[in-house]
Design a protein around this ligand. Sequence first.
Ligand SMILES: [Fe+2]
Length: 205
Amino acid sequence: MDIPRRQALASLGALALTPWLPAHGQPAERPATPSLTEGPFYPQSLPADRDADLTRVAGRPGRAAGTPLEFTGRLLDRKSRPLAGRAIEIWHCDEFGRYHHVGTPEASGDASFQGWGEAFADGEGRFAFLTIKPPPYPGRTPHIHFTVSDGRRRVLTSQAFFEGERANERDFLYRSLGREAGLVTMRLESAGKGVRGALDVVVAA
Ligand SMILES: [Fe+2]
């Protein structure tokens, strides 16, 4: 390979590794994930089983009812740099519309659903949860609450939504996002017996 061609390929490679590079050469900042309210259902105390698989509860037989959802994504800063090691927590209702660990008897919901889980971004910022696709509940379109922390404090609290849900446009929080809704809306595709969706979570600071 001659030198100019090798240099050209090297530049192409650099471009591929440098997303959001505008014509003037300065890395553009991508929009931060909008914040949304924590809501009233963050656990009062965290479950003993704190892993990233919400479809199983340690010590219990069976799996959570509902459609399995592989929820993956990346934790990034506004220059698309991975936030390796950062924690992301998620919580959402079970197949029967009930939140867990909020003071109501667990027997009133799906006891095989973990209700809350935590994952840590890898070296490329990637995280992965196995959960179920939450149903709507009165007044709300389907959504997954999440929060990101840097080990000492929360740096972002928001909610993730699903593309094509009829209730999205009637949901006051979804509507409040306006054009930013796209930054927290996942497109789902089939995956085995369930679905999967991915979301980049961009933290402002
Ligand atoms: Fe909620």
